[in-house]
Design a protein. Structure first.
Length: 528
């Protein structure tokens, strides 16, 4: 580019030293000769080499009059569609990067988290182990824990652009809560493992929108529309990395189609990753399978007990539908549902193997409204027949009867509370609860099996409840420099089992305190 600019300058200097004859002075010359045409073509000059701002001082030898106007003010024609990522950024230091015709913003923050619990929750880390709070008559129930962790830190990126009337977003996000293969992370080296949280692409043109990749499930409550952006999703303001007991959520791969008939209504349909779940994940209790070898072996082969990946068969994806109403920025309401399908086969004799198929479902309803400036009330509620997996795995989806048939379990959750903003302070308080109904069958031995029967383990919970409150103080914030926040949370958590043995505690609880210092990376998108 520099060579071309120097060539242009050389030609211009030659024209200044040898001015062209006046029009008509030479036979056959006119204003449309190649010589004059070349002089008026747009050319790159010093000070405009591969940049929208000068990187080489303009040459004093070139009079300003000879700089072509089309180079100085290169603008798209009037009425042409514009992409903010192609426009000249405002200000000296834009809060985003330009890559081709897209805008790139770094995503993430660095967290330094301190957590204290009055019970040692058995290696759950900085996240609460909702379904497995230790009882007072156990070792972990009499010992507490206090630890620091950077694991909730996040890193990623977001791409935005406009192309042929369509707006697209590419979003990626990691944290460091992955399971490490080393036991030395708390002894000599905090080598915490990155974990993929979100990785999706979304394209919207006019009223139709399509998303593909790993995102928050569409069954997760929204703050606005049915957007997959984390800022438009309600997963509370808490520091607990497992969020709230009673919240319906997961992050999983799938496809989503949205239709926007107006600015205030959105319809959505998604097909998402399924799983035949019988408990055992995130502190949730497993069911008791029949004693017959052919059926007791279903765990880990056809049914997921929270300890296998992509090994269980699945009949269909989970299908989720949702409609959201946003009459203004101050109010959001939504109604949704999930349809699920389960199938197992008794492997005793595969030739005449008995199969059992069940169809499950769940419904979701919620509101998020600003009663007055800075004060919002939130309520999200869920009830299901075979949808316990979406309650952070605290409830199994089903049990297996002695004859090899399936029975779907009923479970539900709620989160209710408020968020209030006053100056640099954000205050929040929530109540969350999970109810898991018992589902009991009789084994061929005459003993009860399933979930919640007399004599079942005290890990088979009937109810899990949480009350929490906290604050988020913004010390300072600027899109060009980032932000520093101080975050605190207190959490009181209880769980009640279906069966209590003689002399055993009737319930258990724990108290948890979080304190966090967070630096958020700078950056913001231009307006689209």
């Amino acid at each position: 580019m520099l060579k071309l600019a120097l060539e242009d300058q050389k030609k211009l200097l030659e024209r200044i030293s040898n001015p062209a004859p006046a029009p008509g002075a030479l036979a056959g010359t006119s204003a449309t000769t190649p010589e004059n045409q070349d002089f008026t073509l747009p050319t790159k000059t010093l000070g405009q080499v591969a940049s929208t701002t000068p990187i080489i001082p303009p040459s004093a030898a070139v009079p300003p009059a000879v700089v072509p106007v089309s180079v100085v003010a290169a603008q798209p024609p009037a009425g042409a569609p514009t992409n903010p990522c192609e426009a000249v950024p405002e200000g000296q230091a834009p809060a985003f990067f330009r890559l081709g015709s897209t805008c790139l913003v770094p995503i993430g923050f660095m967290d330094a988290t301190f957590v204290w619990r009055d019970k040692n929750s058995g290696g759950s880390g900085i996240g609460s182990n909702f379904g497995n709070i230790p009882y007072n008559n156990t070792v972990n129930g009499t010992l507490g824990e206090a630890r620091f962790s950077p694991q909730n830190s996040r890193i990623g990126f977001r791409f935005d652009g406009d192309w042929k009337g369509a707006h697209f977003i590419g979003y990626n996000e990691f944290d460091f809560l992955g399971t490490s293969g080393s036991n030395a992370i708390t002894v000599t080296n905090g080598a915490f493992v990155p974990r993929l949280r979100l990785f999706w692409v979304d394209v919207r043109k006019n009223k139709v929108e399509f998303l593909a990749g790993q995102s928050w499930s569409m069954l997760t409550p929204n703050r606005r529309g049915i957007s997959a952006l984390p800022g438009d999703i309600f997963y509370s303001q808490v520091m607990d990395v497992n969020y709230m007991a009673g919240l319906t959520w997961t992050r999983q791969p799938g496809f989503r189609v949205l239709y926007h008939p107006s600015d205030t209504v959105t319809f959505g349909f998604s097909a998402e990753n399924p799983e035949q779940y019988i408990g055992g994940s995130a502190g949730g209790s497993t069911i008791t399978l029949p004693s017959a070898a052919s059926l007791s072996g279903l765990s880990g082969t056809q049914l997921d007990a929270g300890n296998i990946n992509y090994s269980t068969p699945t009949l269909t994806p989970d299908f989720i539908a949702k409609v959201a109403f946003d009459p203004s920025s101050r109010f959001h309401a939504e109604v949704g549902g999930v349809e699920r399908n389960f199938k197992i086969i008794n492997p005793t004799n595969l030739v005449i193997g008995q199969t059992s198929t069940k169809q499950g479902a769940g419904v979701l309803a919620g509101i998020n409204g600003e009663l007055f400036k800075g004060f919002r009330l939130i309520s999200t509620n869920y009830w299901s027949d075979g949808g316990g997996r979406y309650l952070f795995g605290q409830a199994p989806d089903l049990i297996v009867r002695a004859d090899g048939t399936l029975s779907l379990m009923h479970s539900g959750g709620t989160v209710d509370g408020f968020e209030a903003t006053t100056g640099k302070w954000l205050w929040f308080a929530y109540y969350g609860g999970i109810l898991i109904e018992k589902d009991v069958a009789i084994d061929t031995t005459g003993k009860p099996i399933g979930y919640g029967y007399v004599g079942s383990a005290n890990s088979q919970n009937k109810a899990i409840q949480e009350a929490t409150l906290g604050f988020n103080y913004t010390w300072w914030r600027d899109p060009r420099y980032g932000a520093i926040n101080l975050i605190g949370q207190y959490e009181y958590l209880t769980r009640d089992p279906w069966y209590i043995a003689a002399g055993a505690p009737k319930a258990t609880h724990d108290n948890t305190v979080f304190f966090d210092i967070r630096y958020t990376l700078p950056g913001s998108m231009p307006p689209f």
